[in-house]
Each structure stands twice: as structure tokens, then as C-alpha cells.
Design a protein around this ligand. Structure first.
Ligand SMILES: Nc1ncnc2c1ncn2[C@@H]1O[C@H](COP(=O)(O)OP(=O)(O)OP(=O)(O)O)[C@@H](O)[C@H]1O
Ligand SMILES: O=P(O)(O)OC[C@H]1O[C@H](OP(=O)(O)OP(=O)(O)O)[C@H](O)[C@@H]1O
Length: 230
């Protein structure tokens, strides 16, 4: 069996991942038509490329269907319970940097910290009869962060995209999402809480723990990892 290397199939992470491997003598490329999710690996034996959504790579690693995978730290830590028992980070790749943050409307001049948010949430519930809504797709990470930060009286509402728009659309009062330049937040009149972020994320190469059970796959995996200088 060959080593299966999972790489994001499109978007911001794919090209930079190809560049990162290329700079280390391992050439990744897409084959076939623009729309065909097929690819090849040159420069090292016994490795095949699996093009996947970045969001699915954590699950594929945990299931052992791919041996190595590139995806964001945020997606691994959100999607895998006890992620460090399932995957091992081999290298931070130095791109795809983004912070997972909590943001509130700029107009909330009294809310800058988690303590302020907790007070605002209690006041909101007293006034409106329902809990303050925070829109996010990072349910697990955000719930843990708010619990540690002492924020109690809120509810998470699911948002799988365009999360910053939920406040304007009146489906949430606050959001928790990834930001890099901050432009999307500013354009939607939101400000980041003056606290450490929930998580600082970047693209990372992970190895599936417990994958590569046969000797040939283990040897090919070791050769690839050595070739990458890890
Ligand atoms: N603005 C940004 N700048 C840098 N990195 C970002 C930004 N937004 C998201 N990311 C990172 O890119 C990675 C992939 O996110 P993305 O939402 O594109 O994946 P996805 O949901 O699997 O996409 P798709 O399902 O459309 O393939 C995540 O790790 C995320 O942290
Ligand atoms: O700080 P910025 O540089 O403005 O980037 C942040 C935006 O980028 C991501 O969205 P993406 O483009 O992946 O679209 P999405 O809303 O569909 O997730 C993220 O969810 C933010 O909305």
C-alpha cells in the first residue's frame, strides 16, 4: 500500500501546500481537467496524493484513511475530540495564519473583555428573555473558551459561512470566527474582544497516529518524512 497524503483540493491552502512540498524536492500536482480531483506526487516513491476539502482532512486522518494531511490547526482542534491522541503535528507550514476570535458590534462601547461580555449577556437575557446568540462554526473550541473565560449566559448558533453577516441579519448578537486581515470584521462593524484569541491557527502537516501498519507503508512514510527534512 502507498502512503496517502491528503492536501486541500482548492483555495488558499492548496497552492501554498504545493509550493511548500516543491521547495523540499517533492512535487505535488493536479492531473486531469481543472475540475477533476486527481493528482500525483513526484520526487519520492510510494506516495499518492488525495485531494480533499480542508475541513474533511482531520476526520480522514483520524480514521486512518490518509497517513499524512495538511490542514489548519483550527480544523483539527475543532473537529477531533482529543485531537493529540489521533494525530501528531509534524511541521507548521508558515502560511494560512488566522486567529479564531470573538467579536461584538463596534457600537457596544462598554464591551471589550470576556467579563464585559458576561455582564452584557446577563443584561441581554434579563431584557430580552432569551440568551445572547453567538454565531460560529467552531462550537467545541468556542464553548471551552467561553467556559474558561467565565461567560455563561449565551447560546451558540450555527453558522457555516458569512458568519460576520449574522449580526446585521439579526440572527446573532456576536460572532466567533477566523480572521486574518480583519477586513471582514471592520466591513461588518464588528470589533474583536481585547483578549487572547481562542486559537492561533496556521496550515500544519499532520501524521495520523496508528496509520501505516504494514512494513512497506512505514518505510515509504519514513522516506517521505526524511525527504521533507522533518
Ligand atoms: N481569511 C483567512 N486567511 C487565512 N486562512 C484562513 C482564512 N479563512 C480561513 N482560513 C483557514 O483556511 C483553512 C481552510 O478553511 P476553509 O473554510 O477554506 O476550509 P473548508 O471549510 O474545508 O473549505 P471547503 O469545504 O470550501 O473546501 C482553515 O484552517 C482556516 O483557518
Ligand atoms: O480577516 P479577513 O482577512 O477579512 O478574513 C476573514 C474571513 O475569511 C474567512 O472567510 P472565507 O473567505 O473562507 O468565507 P466563509 O465566510 O464562507 O467562511 C473567514 O471565515 C472570515 O469571514
Amino acid at each position: 500500500m502507498s502512503v496517502k497524503l491528503g492536501v486541500p483540493s482548492k483555495g488558499r491552502l492548496m497552492e501554498k501546500t504545493f509550493d511548500w512540498f516543491g521547495a523540499r524536492g517533492v512535487s505535488l500536482s493536479r492531473t486531469g481537467s481543472d475540475r477533476e480531483y486527481a493528482g500525483r506526487v513526484d520526487g519520492v516513491e510510494g506516495v499518492s496524493l488525495v485531494l480533499l476539502s480542508a475541513g474533511e482532512i482531520p476526520r480522514e486522518l483520524a480514521a486512518g484513511r490518509i497517513h499524512l494531511g495538511v490542514t489548519g490547526t483550527d480544523l483539527v482542534q475543532e473537529k477531533l475530540v482529543q485531537w493529540d491522541q489521533k494525530v501528531e503535528p509534524l511541521a507548521e507550514l508558515g502560511f494560512g495564519h488566522a486567529d479564531l476570535i470573538v467579536a461584538v458590534p463596534m457600537a457596544w462601547v462598554d464591551v471589550d473583555t470576556l467579563d464585559d461580555l458576561d455582564a452584557a449577556a446577563a443584561a441581554f437575557r434579563a431584557r430580552h428573555g432569551h440568551r445572547l446568540r453567538i454565531a460560529t462554526k467552531y462550537h467545541r473550541l468556542v464553548r471551552d473558551y467561553l467556559r474558561m473565560g467565565g461567560v455563561a449566559d449565551y447560546q451558540l448558533v450555527d453558522s457555516q459561512g458569512a458568519t460576520e453577516g449574522t449580526v446585521k441579519n439579526l440572527t446573532a448578537e456576536a460572532i466567533a470566527d477566523i480572521t486574518s486581515t480583519g477586513e471582514t470584521l471592520r466591513a461588518n462593524h464588528l470589533k474583536v474582544l481585547d483578549e487572547p484569541p481562542v486559537l492561533r491557527s496556521q496550515a500544519t502537516l499532520y501524521r495520523a497516529r496508528g496509520a501505516a501498519r504494514d512494513e512497506a507503508t512505514r518505510a515509504a512514510l519514513s522516506a517521505l518524512v526524511a525527504r521533507l527534512g522533518l
